[in-house]
Write a protein that binds this ligand. Structure first.
Ligand code: ZN
Length: 157
């Protein structure tokens, strides 16, 4: 089976919350696609419950696109400790961490239920499984800990 970089990372060595560049892939037309690890909570110590994670996902989809060029996708890890962010082009981890920080600040303070896209039966695959309360509580916790631009050494932005 193909070796996947994400599974070679020693998850006991990282210090969340952080942003990590997993890989930059170059396509046949020289386009660059970047893949980031947005780790919100410490692996094997914490995991964001699905309803809160689901609401954070719907909000990051818009809030990260507002700040970063070339966002293709931002999807949660199955382990519920963070997200993959896929973008066209190159971005520094500082730039991505700053965008993530701004997005979480927005979630923690200003976002109301009416702001969330895709919360009905037509636009979401599990529309009953959302919690803005949980999303806000987890966003506050992550912001209090600070987001590092390095996965192994705390470089809080
Ligand atoms: Zn959904």
């Amino acid at each position: 089976m193909a070796k996947v970089e994400s599974f070679t990372l020693d998850h006991t060595k990282v210090k969340a919350p952080y942003v990590r560049l997993i890989a930059e892939e170059v396509g046949q037309n020289e386009d660059i696609i970047s893949n980031f690890d947005l780790r919100l909570v410490q692996p094997n110590e914490n995991a964001i419950p699905t309803a809160g994670l689901h609401t954070i996902e719907h909000l990051l989809a818009g809030l990260l696109r507002d700040q970063l060029t070339g966002v293709i996708d931002c999807s949660p890890f199955g382990c519920r400790t963070g997200f993959h962010l896929i973008t066209w082009g190159e971005h520094s981890t500082v730039e991505v961490a700053q965008a993530l920080k701004n997005a979480l600040s927005e979630i923690a303070t200003n976002i109301t239920w009416e702001d969330i896209q895709g919360t009905d039966i037509y636009s979401c695959g599990n529309y009953r499984d959302h919690s803005l309360f949980s999303a806000k509580e987890w966003a506050k916790k992550i912001l209090e800990e600070g987001i590092s631009s390095d996965p192994f050494v705390r470089k809080v932005i």
